[in-house]
Ligand binder design. Structure first.
Ligand code: NAG
Ligand code: NAG
Ligand code: NAG
Ligand code: NAG
Ligand code: NAG
Length: 310
């Protein structure tokens, strides 16, 4: 009796193994017409690693050896248990003259979040740059100086690059007089018509990430200054890449082969007036922007980043 039982068990095990092998190999070589869906694609990569992961991660991880660190894994799993169905589109409106006379205003206003930089005006330019401003990211020297030139509703976001920028913000929040402009490289705004609840400080993480991780500027032993400060535009794009589902830009890119074209959309200064920058590395930053546009990470609505080149 015992013999028979174990022989039956063996038989059962054998057929299960055989079935298991058939199941496995049918997936492996993708035989058609077997009546069930393959676990593998035509190249033999695992298709169904984990249903709660987005397909591109499933593909990626199907190839990873066991124990390898899986980038984005925790975030993807969190999204599965804390779903957020709202999807946000953002546009960063740069200040470039390339925005002039393109009538993009209406399209810009359709974005959920419209980010503007420094003193870029809206009033009088609505047709080209839109009328909506969700947030205006600035540093003290770039902030709009005349209170009446601020739009009525927007978040005022300080991108602080140096210690005294925080002092400046404190003066703006508490409506205190600034004693001197010492430490600023240009005259700064003396009044920002925003209540404290409409003010924010941009997480410096985005400056650091833009500078060292994305653009690849030199660390200079931790000294911020010569050639390693990202432009505000690059910082804003980085912030958007971390916070938005889709990111577009407009008004980016200076074209030095058109020296007579306007530098900014709101003033008559020409491209040829642009000064060499001591702090920024424009060519290195351009490589970064071109990479983003080429890969389709961001959409460039004025086509100034690549021109005819991408
Ligand atoms: C998986 O590995 C194969 C062979 O090493 C490689 O050709 C393929 O690009 C890899 N696929 C992914 C999604 O990493
Ligand atoms: C935009 O149009 C205005 C009015 O037609 C013109 O004066 C200006 O030069 C144009 N700007 C550009 C950059 O084409
Ligand atoms: C910009 O970066 C490039 C490549 O790293 C370097 O050769 C060049 O000197 C830098 N320019 C400035 C102005 O820092
Ligand atoms: C710069 O302008 C020239 C001349 O109009 C044009 O051929 C080129 O594509 C432009 N480059 C960019 C990056 O826009
Ligand atoms: C489930 C969840 O977290 N939903 C949030 C998604 O994001 C929107 C706005 O960004 C919130 O209003 C929801 O509460």
């Amino acid at each position: 009796m015992r013999m028979k039982a174990s022989r039956n068990l063996l038989l059962c095990l054998c057929s299960m193994l055989a079935l298991g092998f058939l199941y496995y190999s049918s997936g492996r070589i993708s035989l058609r017409g077997w009546g069930y869906k393959s676990l593998y694609d035509k190249q033999g990569f695992l298709l169904k690693l984990d249903g709660s992961l987005p397909l591109e991660l499933v593909y990626k991880y199907g190839n990873l050896s066991e124990g390898a660190c899986k980038p984005g894994f925790a975030a993807a799993k969190m999204t599965a248990i804390y779903p957020n169905m709202s999807c946000k589109t953002c546009i960063i409106v740069g200040n470039g003259g390339i925005l002039a006379n393109k009538s993009l205003g209406q399209k810009i206003d359709e974005f959920d979040v419209v980010v503007r930089l420094n003193e870029a005006p809206v009033k009088g330019f609505e047709k080209d740059v839109g009328s909506k401003t969700t947030m205006r990211i600035t540093y003290p020297e770039g902030a709009i100086q005349k209170p009446e030139h601020y739009e009525t509703h927007s978040l005022f976001v300080l991108s602080a690059f140096k210690a005294q920028d925080f002092k400046w913000l404190r003066h703006m929040v508490f409506n205190q007089r600034l004693r001197s402009t010492d430490g600023f490289w240009k005259s700064v705004a003396r009044n920002v018509p925003r209540g404290p609840s409409d003010m924010r400080i941009l997480n410096p993480y985005f400056i650091q990430t833009a500078s060292f991780k994305l653009i690849g500027l030199p660390h200079n032993n931790g000294q911020m200054g010569r050639g390693n400060i990202p432009t505000l535009g690059a910082v804003a794009i980085t912030m958007a890449l971390y916070n938005c589902d889709e990111v577009a830009v407009a008004g980016f890119g200076y074209n030095m082969s058109t020296p007579r074209a306007p530098l900014h959309y709101y003033e008559k200064i020409r491209m040829s007036a642009m000064k060499e920058s001591w702090t920024h590395n424009i060519s290195k930053e351009k490589e970064f922007l071109v990479k983003l546009v080429k890969a389709g990470v961001i959409q460039d609505w004025t086509n100034g980043i690549c021109g005819a080149g991408c």
